[in-house]
Design a protein around this ligand. Structure first.
Ligand SMILES: CC(C)(COP(=O)(O)OP(=O)(O)OC[C@H]1O[C@@H](n2cnc3c(N)ncnc32)[C@H](O)[C@@H]1OP(=O)(O)O)[C@@H](O)C(=O)NCCC(=O)NCCS
Length: 170
């Protein structure tokens, strides 16, 4: 990767972005890493105050999406339901997550942003940890695969004071 900082622009998704979201979550290489929802499930989530869909753009083209859940949680716990890039490994994902953290803590009253990631997904765990997410524990055998095997997920979170400290440190 070059030393030029990777930048992405972030925008709230609209209904016309749903085809991009669904095509990206259905990329074959993402199959074992993230979930996939039907158009009906996405549309219901998009229409709900509990969810926010964000799209990352680079050079005017969409490069990834993220779905946040529980935006109305009274305790200020927001969940990162899903994030996926069209072409992982180009630095867009880290830049997107960095901006997503700013968006969450600036635009909402979130205190704790959490996520679950498959323990085998070393790339995502690396990116989350390098942006300040702390591993809280392992959800043992929490997901059953289509072949009936069960796999673990790591629970990770970042708290508002931790995000603020990182921003103050520059
Ligand atoms: C997770 C994801 C959003 C990260 O975005 P990305 O664009 O690939 O990330 P970047 O290119 O910015 O950074 C990748 C980092 O992981 C590192 N990495 C790559 N493969 C790795 C591996 N197997 N183990 C550990 N680190 C790895 C890279 O070296 C890079 O590290 P650096 O930023 O310290 O240089 C993206 O990979 C993705 O869409 N993955 C598929 C869906 C997914 O896994 N979503 C998360 C579900 S919880």
């Amino acid at each position: 990767m070059s030393d030029t900082p990777v930048t992405v622009a972030l925008k709230r998704a609209a209904a016309e972005d749903l085809s991009f979201v669904m095509a990206t979550e259905r990329l074959p290489e993402h199959e074992s890493l993230i979930g996939r929802w039907s158009a009906e499930r996405h549309m219901a989530a998009m229409a709900s105050d509990d969810f926010a869909y964000l799209i990352a753009f680079a050079s005017g083209a969409p490069v990834g999406f993220a779905i946040l859940r529980e935006l109305t949680d009274p305790h200020g716990n927001i969940g990162l339901q899903r994030i996926a890039m069209v072409a992982p490994g180009r630095g867009f994902g880290r830049a997107f997550l960095d901006q997503l953290l700013d968006w969450v803590f600036a635009e909402t009253s979130c205190h704790r942003l959490c996520l679950e990631v498959f323990t085998a997904n070393a790339r995502a765990r690396h990116v989350y940890a390098s942006l300040g997410f702390v591993e809280e524990g392992i959800l043992r055998e929490v997901v059953r695969r289509g072949d009936d095997t069960r796999v673990d997920q790591a629970l990770m979170s970042i708290l508002r004071p931790e995000w603020q400290a990182r921003r103050s440190a520059g």
